[in-house]
Design a protein around this ligand. Structure first.
Ligand SMILES: [Zn+2]
Ligand SMILES: [Zn+2]
Length: 336
């Protein structure tokens, strides 16, 4: 199955965190964490529609300024989502600059900013260049289960983890792929057409067998209309689960964190996970509220991750990145 997304770390293993997720079929991208993004060309920064921020330590949020500088006057809208206090953080960043002429830019930009607190209570605010980026508070919102953002083709779920402060981990999940068996459709003497979209949607959403699907078509004999239940149609379709991508960074190695990750990312296809220190420096890692490579690999193993990409290495291992990677791999594969 052709994946919807192309995820790639913005920087090398020692650089600031950031996962850039390109859509294959649209000029659009998502970003998880706003570390230094100066390596990304402007056309890639302009593509961002939604940015999700784990927490606002400087290495995860310093890239906001560079991004804003690039897209000002060229992009209309972006949505930023973060944890408690995030709206205020964005407000302060914007308040650090002077905006006396920004309302005259040909393309005005609006930042829709959302924040979520543990427990699921959300707040929102808007900052528009037309109003000199003054804060306009929006409606409060409530999180549905652990879903932060949902569209027809994908959704983003999140869990709060302990990094001494709270920090969000993310799951990016493609919707179920629904393929049509054209030969089976022909065998059922059904035409292709618009109704397939309704059927696909209903199947992807897990609608019950009794759901009726209207099938309309036109041929040389005129107009035809049929109704079939989803149950009758089911064998003409194949359901393939979409790919799931995990982004986990800046957490302490605690059982509560691992269990929260199991709920969010159990069976994940591709896991990006911080591996800041080597396990010989485990005490230092604990003081810094970070994982060691071995702990990251152990978490990947417990999540049954199919692929793992470690990142956010401490500069102290500049010459030893192979050791960090080997330690993650060994724990993930269960040989350590
Ligand atoms: Zn960090
Ligand atoms: Zn941090």
């Amino acid at each position: 199955m052709r994946p919807l997304f192309e995820p790639r770390l913005v920087n090398d293993s020692f650089g600031d965190p950031g996962l850039y997720v390109d859509f294959r079929d649209e000029r659009r991208a998502l970003l998880f964490d706003f570390g230094d993004v100066s390596r990304l060309p402007p056309r890639k920064l302009l593509r961002l529609s939604h940015v999700f921020i784990s927490h606002t330590h400087v290495d995860h949020f310093v890239g906001f300024d560079h991004w804003l500088r690039v897209v000002l006057g060229r992009k209309q809208r972006v949505t930023l989502t973060g944890g408690p206090g995030f709206i205020e953080r964005v407000e302060h960043k914007l308040a650090a600059y002077t905006w006396n002429v920004v309302h005259r830019y040909e393309v005005p930009i609006t930042l829709d900013v959302r924040e979520i607190a543990p427990g699921g209570a959300g707040r929102s605010a808007r900052f528009s260049s037309l109003r000199h980026f003054e804060r306009e508070d929006g409606e409060p919102w409530a999180q549905q289960d652990d879903v932060l953002h949902a569209e027809e083709s994908f959704r983003v779920r999140a869990a709060f983890l302990d990094h001494d402060i709270v920090c969000l981990a993310f799951a990016l999940e493609e919707a179920m792929h629904v393929n049509v068996w054209k030969n089976r459709l022909a065998g059922m003497e059904l035409p292709t057409g618009h109704w397939l979209r309704d059927a696909r949607r209903a199947l992807a959403a897990g609608a019950p067998d009794g759901t009726s699907i209207a099938i309309n078509w036109h041929d040389r004999d005129g107009d035809h209309a049929l109704t079939r239940s989803l149950g009758e149609l089911r064998e003409a379709f194949e359901l393939v689960p979409g790919r799931r991508i995990g982004y986990v960074t800046d957490i302490r190695y605690t059982e509560a964190n691992v269990e929260a990750l199991e709920r969010l990312l159990g069976g994940v296809d591709l896991l990006f996970i911080e591996s800041v220190f080597l396990d010989t420096d485990a005490e230092h890692a604990a003081r810094k509220n970070h994982l060691t490579a071995k702990q990251a690999g152990t978490i990947a193993r417990r999540l049954r991750a199919r692929a793992v990409v470690p990142f956010h290495f401490s500069p102290r291992y500049e010459e030893r990145s192979a050791d960090v990677i080997a330690e993650v791999q060994a724990a993930w594969q269960g040989s350590a």
